[in-house]
Design a binder for this molecule. Sequence first.
Ligand code: HEC
Length: 287
Amino acid sequence: MSIKLMKSLCVGALLAVSGLGVASVASASEDGGHKMEHQKWGFNGMFGTYDADAMARGYQVYREVCASCHALEHLSFRHLGDKGGPFYNPEFPNPSDNPDVKAFAQDWSVPDIDQDNGDPIDRPGIPADKFPAIFPNAIAAAASNGGAVPPDLSLITKARTGGADYVYALLTGYHEAPHDVDMAEGTHYNTMFPGNQIKMAPPLFDGLVEYAARTVPGEHGGEAHTIAAPEATAEQMARDVVEFLTWAGDPKMEVRKKLGFATFLYLFIFSLLLFATYKQVWKGVKH
Ligand code: HEC
């Protein structure tokens, strides 16, 4: 193999490694040109992780507020108890055995079929069920919401430019309409929504849900501990529900980032070894 070829192989490997880093930084800072404030989220960046307490509170906000209009069709109840999810409990590696997950599932009514006569029935949910649809169809959803269909929220932070920042800015973006703006009937002024007129009434206001202190099981068999609840301001609820929805849209993010970093490290060490080998092989050869 010629020295030139060896050199370009080494440079290529190094470029590939550094390219990975650059790509992840670029996608994290992209906001599609929208003017929305960047929030500090623990899940951003190369080592980002979700905050389980914020997700648990966010689930409460979803359940008590958003779920009267928005579905979460891509999620099953048992996902709430997956490793990395809001209600993971190391005592119950199988989330279907997790008592919290069972209780949450039971709290929902899920459509099914009577096994004796085939009639459509509603029964309490079980962990294996998917989150049920809120409206029977899009026409019914639109009819109940002034003509607009509340979108499914399972992938909403992926489906909108700006992701988590956009959804947070939308939820906290309601204001009095300026005097020179003619508002269409049934719409609400929102600085973030395209066109500023949204058919979703402001869903959050201070004190809407009651956050309770939460007892979480200790990691690796450690002591359970209690986490105090923050004040349920509209901003806090918006942050928490966005944390929950971001996880719902990308539950494997933490695993992916860990794997990405391990790959990065592997390629980096590999390229150093390659370079050292090249130096060793050609030591003392005049070139
Ligand atoms: C009373 C029903 C109702 C409730 C409660 C509600 N929404 Fe909505 N939401 C809607 C409707 C209707 C739309 C569609 C609005 C439109 O297109 O004008 C919508 C749209 C949205 C959108 C999409 C906006 C876009 O860019 O298209 C998001 C995100 C959203 N809601 C999040 C939430 C969250 C989070 C909650 C709970 C905190 C919530 N909503 C509570 C009815 C509701």
